[in-house]
Design a protein around this ligand. Structure first.
Ligand SMILES: [Zn+2]
Length: 249
């Protein structure tokens, strides 16, 4: 349930913001370190936990084909999850020259129609200590809190998807469906963040765009790190021991 747009998230780390790119994993790393407190565990478990998580989420085995198969599955699942929750995709709402606030308005409206309370909040008052950084939106006790951002470009490219991510968590809670933290985060990140992360990656690393396997591997890593970071946050809050976390077993 942790998300924010990179580039403005300097409060939680000591890094020079100029050194940060829009897709780097700093936020997830910060969260991860805050949770485990151990850098070496991260390095050792990275590849292993990614493969385990892919198997848990999709049943895809750890073979040479795994990366391409999982990337393809992510896009298929994205479509399924939009249908499951009856939400319009951003690409159907945002038109090339249209209103920049279109999706931001749509998703807030959608939440209200589903009886989900949405509150705007001064970004400075969002408790970044609790999350390790300042999120743009977070879901707490049935309410989605969103940063009071007026900039329409930020609303279009970041805030709309942050709210969408939290709307998925709110709908999951309402549905009462039994899901693990990693399953919940998988749905939320596929719906809200997959397409934008793919676009950022293409922009940032055009040289790998033509290599399907390499591109898949990199995009998968980005998405899996996000799912792991957010899931660990939930597990930690529940007091779950590391050996009881499915993708670390
Ligand atoms: Zn989440």
């Amino acid at each position: 349930m942790i998300e924010g747009y990179s580039g403005d998230e300097t409060k939680g780390s000591n890094q020079d913001p100029k050194e940060k790119s829009i897709t780097d994993n700093t936020l997830e790393q910060v969260v991860f370190h805050k949770i485990t407190g151990m850098d070496d565990i991260e390095k050792k478990m990275d590849i292993d936990s990614h493969s385990k998580l892919i198997k848990i989420l999709t049943g895809i085995e750890d073979t040479q084909q795994k990366d391409v198969d999982f990337m393809q599955r992510m896009f298929e699942d994205r479509r399924k999850f939009f249908d499951k929750y009856g939400i319009e995709k951003p690409e159907n709402i945002i038109t090339e020259k249209g209103d920049l606030d279109a999706y931001y308005n749509y998703i807030i409206d959608f939440a209200k129609k589903k009886d989900i309370q949405v509150e705007t909040m001064d970004k400075a008052k969002i408790p970044f200590d609790t999350f390790g950084f300042t999120p743009d939106a977070f879901f707490h006790k049935g309410i989605i809190y969103i940063a009071d951002v007026k900039d329409s470009l930020v609303r279009k490219y970041f805030l709309g998807s942050s709210i969408l991510h939290e709307v998925i968590h709110a709908l999951q809670e309402k549905s009462g469906e039994k899901m693990s933290p990693e399953e919940e985060e998988y749905e939320a990140y596929m719906v809200a963040n997959l397409v934008e992360e793919k676009a950022f990656l293409e922009m940032q690393s055009p040289e790998i765009s033509s290599d399907r396997t390499l591109f898949a591997k990199r995009l998968n890593e980005i998405m899996l790190d996000k799912i792991i970071g957010s899931s660990l946050f939930v597990y930690r809050n529940r007091g779950t021991k590391q050996e009881d976390i499915p993708f670390y077993k």
